[in-house]
Design a protein around this ligand. Sequence first.
Ligand code: KIV
Length: 298
Amino acid sequence: MSKTKVDTHRESSESGKEIEFGTHGSAGAATQKPKAITTRTISEMKRKGQKIAALTAYDAITARILDEAGLDIILVGDSLSNVFQGNDTTIPVTLEEMIYHAKIVARVVKHALVVVDMPFMSFQVDVKEAIRNAGRILKETGASAVKLEGGKPIVESVRRMTEIGIPVMGHLGLTPQSINKFGGYKPRGEEKEEATGILKDAKLLEDAGAFSIVLEKIPSQLASSVTKSVGIPTIGIGAGPGCDGQVLVYADMVGLTQEFKPRFVRHYANVAEEMRKAFLNYADDVRKGKFPTKEESY
Ligand code: KIV
């Protein structure tokens, strides 16, 4: 059964109590149970000048660790295609596969807002199909919002979704589902015309009811202008420090995908190396008869 996240923000503000958002304030966390973060909480964070921390997850083990670490948003990104499935692009991942992974993530997350990417061709055909597929994601996974890449061409779908209760996160700049149009992963919005288009699209998405927008690989100055010109939070990836929040693919920032090292990824750990060492040591112990010991046996 799908899990509904309670809008604890509203409950708390109406009862006049101090509100704790995510990890912001360990004293609160010690005395209160963690609150489920809603799209409303995310909007409030921009108003209060609190930065939003987001990472991707595709499985229960990682999602649980991210949630315990107090991330505000966990994105089941279609980067699943690259990271988990070993594809070169995000084009091949299907709606069924996104639903399968999102269901697993949403099942274990108690605190963060779970957002799910709508994969390529699950929302581009027409508004009806887009809504039906977005509805499936929410109904079948227990996640709280969907993310759609693109601007003007998808604005009508965004409007209808938000009208009927499907929260939408937008995604502008480098939109990997358009890789065949762009012809590469170079930054977007470096030329005036494209930069103006991104600004306009951001406003259109806000008017259509999107609750936030991912800005991917655009110049910092443009990302700051977008952030100032819309009332909804911007979540940057390779878009500089001026955004309201940041998102990274978790596997990149923990050093699991070592061959992928664009400028905007900071390695916070070298998990691939740790795993390699553990696997080597295990295999060595097995081959030498050192594992298991008597204590590790029944
Ligand atoms: O698919 C994904 O992981 C994303 C983020 C990089 C924003 O869209």
